[in-house]
Every structure is written in structure tokens, then in C-alpha cells.
Design a protein around this ligand. Structure first.
Ligand code: ASP
Length: 325
């Protein structure tokens, strides 16, 4: 063997020796998955369901950490500034896209300050009112809201929440302006609805199905284009005359920019394994959530999707003109 070849081979061997253990050494301690909304709410339920299964695959606990506030943007800023060491991840929904238009001074860029891991599940929303709200179906709801807009309030989880997006689309469709009552997640918003302190809430099936089935709320329809398996008798809002009204809640998992690619790939594989776990599949189906299609499950699939969602919602939000600093 000539000396140049020997040097090359020794160099290669050293390179392998220096990278291989580092790759195998992850994860050596619990991993944090940051959830931007209150415990017990829809985003938290999805995160905890995935985390349980991912912990088994990764051999380390995936710990849920709530970072609440400003419709998910407090958590976004926190994760964008976290160390890219493979121990901090972020789960967020459509708010990752809508916040880019809703906030004039967002301290992070959703497209450039994160690594993209995967999508997970798609969740329909449902339009609800407190149990004694004086409208028994969508037609009555439309008429009542149009006639009484100044006295009606609408709960949401802040600017950037899907409850806010859904409420904003409802206001736009009916040509009304309601009083928004922001909470740090829709778990507390649901409590306020059940207690009769707020009038209307649009929220994911992951939280609302049990309340709908128990008859604890008035329920007007689903926000998806088609009826859903989990609530087959429920009309879509489009069927009830709200033309083009469609919100489907998608979930992305992100890491701080610079997180090593091999960690992103292993997290991606752990998410995909969780989505195939029969316990996860059953629980998600019970909650009305659909496993995201394969095309959305790669890091690149999430990145492309987020860009398309920013392009889709930006003009709609700007046309309504709801902004915060
Ligand atoms: N459902 C929520 C939203 O409106 C957030 C949550 O998961 O609490 O965005």
C-alpha cells in the first residue's frame, strides 16, 4: 500500500471513530418536547400520546414541557433560542404558519430558525357554544350571532391559536365582530365554556368529542371539507352554508436550527414508529385525529407544507387585518 493511500485510510478511520460514538451516544438523557398550550388541551393530548410511544423507541423519556403564552409564540421563541443539542423539540400546529402574519414583530422566523422533523396527525375542529346558548342549529346560530354580535364573546387560545383562526374565519363568513376572550390554551377555554362564562368556542375534536357526546355543549358542525368518521352525523360548516369554510389542524415537530441531521433522522423515525403503534393509532382515531399522509412525514415534507401554509394564510389574515406586535 502506498503511503498516500495509507494516510487517507488512517484519516478515514479516525473520522469514523470520532463521529460514530457521538452519533450512538444520543439520547443519553430525557428529551424535552415543548408544548405551546395548556396541559390537558388538544395540542398537549397529541404531544403526550406521541411522547409515550416515542420514549419506548428512543430509550429515553420524552418529557412534555409547557411554555405558555401569546398564542404559541412564547414557546416558538423559546425553542428557537434553545441549544441545538438534540434535547429540545417543539410541537406546534397551524399557528406556526399563521403567527408569521399575525405578529408584526415575531422574534423568530418559522422557516429559517428551526430544523424540521415530521408532521404527525391532522385534527378536525368543531364549532361549539355553551349549553344554554340560544341557538340550536347552525341556521339559528348564524341568525343569532348576526343579530347579537355586540353581546357575544368567543373564547380562543390567543393570536396564533387555531381556535383564533377558526373564530376569525367565522367572523369573516358572517360579517360580524365578536369579543375575543383569550386563554393560554383551549383546556381552560373549555372550562369557561362549560361554566357558561364564554359563549362560543371552536376547538379540536381531540378535546371536544367527549363533551359533545355527553351533551355538555351545543354543537353546530365540523370545520373539515367532508364529514368525519368520529362524528358521522355532524354536518360540515360548508354544508350549513359557510362557503369555503375549512380548517384542518396539522401538527409539526421542530428542533432548534443546527440540531445535527442524524438526530433529526432518528426523531423522525421515532415519530413514524409512534404513528404506527397500534395504541397510538386507536387513541388518535377515538379522538377524531387522522395519521398524516406519508408525504407529510419527512423533514422536507414538513418544510414544504409550512411554506405553503404561510403563503395560504398570510393573505387571508392580512385581508381581515388582525395583528399584534
Ligand atoms: N386548541 C388550541 C388552539 O386553539 C390550543 C390547545 O391545544 O390548547 O390552538
Amino acid at each position: 500500500m502506498n503511503t498516500r493511500l495509507q494516510v487517507l485510510l488512517t484519516g478515514l478511520a479516525l473520522l469514523c471513530a470520532s463521529t460514530a460514538p457521538a452519533q450512538q451516544a444520543w439520547p443519553t438523557r430525557p428529551i424535552t418536547l415543548v408544548v405551546p398550550f395548556a396541559a390537558g388541551g388538544p395540542t398537549d393530548v397529541v404531544a403526550r400520546t406521541l411522547a409515550g410511544s416515542m420514549s419506548k423507541t428512543l430509550g429515553q423519556t420524552v418529557v412534555i414541557e409547557q411554555k405558555l403564552g401569546a398564542g404559541g409564540t412564547v414557546a416558538g421563541a423559546y425553542v428557537a433560542r434553545s441549544a441545538p443539542d438534540g434535547y429540545t423539540f417543539f410541537i406546534h400546529h397551524n399557528g406556526m404558519a399563521t403567527s408569521a402574519a399575525l405578529y408584526r414583530k415575531l422574534s423568530y422566523n418559522p422557516l429559517t430558525d428551526f430544523e424540521f422533523v415530521s408532521q404527525a396527525v391532522d385534527v378536525p375542529m368543531t364549532l361549539l357554544a355553551r349549553k344554554d346558548f340560544p341557538a340550536n342549529n347552525m341556521q339559528e346560530m348564524i341568525a343569532y350571532v348576526k343579530a347579537n354580535q355586540s353581546k357575544i364573546n368567543l373564547a380562543n387560545a390567543g393570536l396564533g391559536a387555531v381556535s383564533q383562526l377558526c373564530g376569525m374565519l367565522l367572523e369573516r363568513a358572517l360579517g360580524v365582530k365578536l369579543t375575543a376572550v383569550p386563554f393560554q390554551g383551549t383546556a381552560p377555554a373549555m372550562n369557561a365554556l362549560l361554566g357558561g362564562q364564554v359563549d362560543i368556542l371552536c376547538d379540536q375534536t381531540t378535546q371536544t368529542i367527549p363533551q359533545i357526546k355527553a351533551g355538555n355543549v351545543k354543537f353546530y358542525g365540523v370545520t373539515t371539507r367532508n364529514r368525519i368518521r368520529a362524528l358521522p352525523d355532524a354536518p360540515t360548516l360548508q354544508e350549513s352554508g359557510l362557503r369555503d369554510f375549512e380548517v384542518l389542524v396539522w401538527h409539526g415537530i421542530y428542533a432548534p436550527k443546527g440540531t445535527p441531521r442524524f438526530i433529526i433522522e432518528r426523531m423522525n423515525a421515532a415519530v413514524i414508529a409512534a404513528l404506527k403503534d397500534p395504541d397510538v393509532v386507536r387513541r388518535m382515531a377515538d379522538l377524531g385525529a387522522e395519521i398524516a399522509p406519508d408525504s407529510k412525514l419527512s423533514p422536507e415534507g414538513l418544510q414544504t407544507w409550512l411554506k405553503a401554509e404561510i403563503d395560504k394564510w398570510g393573505p387571508i389574515i392580512r385581508s381581515v387585518g388582525t395583528f399584534a406586535d
